[in-house]
Write a protein that binds this ligand. Structure first.
Ligand code: NAP
Length: 362
């Protein structure tokens, strides 16, 4: 099968660079377009992007010219790392023009006809795409979103525990600086400090997005899971990797052993399908009393695994534990790439294979 040509929107930013890294040598996707704002357009990528990843910029991308935003890009799918303010308009324009859009922005996640996907948790929610296309009049294009990077490790930890009926969650996040993009939080605000505010909507997203992902697809849309979630979101001076501490109550009062077994035996769809970006296993459960830690655990499974530890009883709710994931890989670019791999495996990207169908300028 020939590779599907893909582009990255917002290619110079923190998430855009991860996309560039993950797509530079992908077995199914051929990265043909790097696009960003007018500030970067026309420059070689090596000049436009202030490369912040520890591995070098992929050589073949360094001389690619960054393109301006347009719905006439030479690709079939776009991975969007646009700021929310621009994502709304541009992602709709791309989908209307026939591109498949994999979005990291918060803009469309809670739209009732837009799938908000963690492939291990709710791959069936891709069924919303039929409704999306019918209602928006898009014959080929679509928008699929991935989760907020802090909700993501919490939802991955709770998904295998849905069988026990989680009812209430108190979640406290310790979020990395790269979660604010580049250059992000000023150094004098961040160093030697904890900032107990990420933005007006972060704690709301922890609640609404998590309940959507853990919810059930019915005929009309997604019925939220109905879990009460009280979130406290904090920025901490860590470069990459969001940690979330959780206290959870359950209707069925599972033992610690039941919970451990549910995590350790979980083998969801992307792992069964052996998708290239699917970590094996999806969840890494650490036994040490002082794990997970961002510096030691964020790169588990190539940055795609969710690492869990410190499972113990809770005096207020039922159990407590800690989870962690790499925010710009699993919580952003890698999550989007896995969504695309899943859709390809399900035959949902047939119209985007070279020579089949076409996008139209809009
Ligand atoms: P960022 O570092 O600030 O990067 C923003 C990118 O968007 C840059 O490439 C920038 O290009 C481009 N851009 C800005 N204005 C534009 C415009 N008018 N037209 C076209 N491109 C424009 O932000 P980020 O952290 O990568 O976040 C990108 C998106 O992912 C956001 O929606 C964010 O909420 C979401 N997200 C981020 C994370 C994370 O951990 N960082 C996790 C999950 C989701 P120039 O360099 O040319 O200005």
């Amino acid at each position: 099968m020939s590779k599907i040509r893909v582009g990255v929107l917002g290619a110079t930013g923190a998430v855009g660079q991860r996309f560039a890294q993950l797509l530079a040598n992908h077995p199914f996707f051929d990265l043909t377009v790097l696009a960003a704002s007018d500030r970067s357009a026309g420059k070689p990528y090596r000049e436009a992007a202030n490369w912040i990843l520890t591995e070098p910029m992929p050589a073949r991308l360094a001389e690619m010219t960054v393109q301006e935003m347009s719905t006439e890009l030479d690709c079939e799918l776009v991975f969007s790392a646009l700021p929310t303010s621009f994502a709304n308009e541009w992602e709709r324009k791309f989908a209307a023009a026939g591109y498949g859009v994999f979005s990291n922005a918060g803009t469309h996640r809670m739209d009732s006809d837009v799938p908000l996907i963690l492939p291990e948790v709710n791959p069936d929610h891709l069924g919303l795409l039929e409704r999306q296309r019918a209602e928006r009049g898009w014959s080929r294009g679509f928008i699929v979103t991935n989760s907020n990077c802090t909700a993501m490790p919490m939802v991955m930890s709770l998904a295998p525990l849905m069988q026990f009926g989680p009812q209430a969650v108190i979640a406290t996040s310790l979020q990395a600086l790269s979660g604010a993009g580049y250059p992000g939080v000023p150094s004098l605000d961040a160093i030697d400090n904890v900032i107990p505010f990420i933005g007006e909507s972060e704690e709301i997203k922890m609640n609404t997005e998590s309940n959507k992902m853990l919810g059930r697809l019915n005929g009309q849309g997604v019925e939220p899971a109905g879990i009460k979630i009280s979130a406290h979101c904090n920025r901490v001076p860590v470069s990459d990797g969001h940690t979330v501490t959780l206290s959870v109550s359950f209707k069925d009062k599972p033992s610690l052993g039941d919970i451990m077994e549910a995590w350790q035996t979980w083998e969801p769809l992307p792992q069964q399908l052996k998708l290239p970006s699917a970590p094996q296993p999806a969840l890494v459960v650490r036994a040490e009393p002082n794990r997970p830690q961002p510096r030691l655990d964020r790169d588990a499974g190539g940055g795609m695994a969710t690492v869990i530890g410190r499972l113990r009883p809770c005096e207020v709710l039922d159990v407590r534990f800690v989870c962690l994931a790499h925010n710009t890989i699993r919580g952003a670019a890698g999550g989007s790439v896995l969504n695309a791999e899943l859709m390809l495996a399900q035959g949902r990207l047939e119209a985007f294979v070279a020579g089949v169908g076409a996008h139209v300028s809009a």
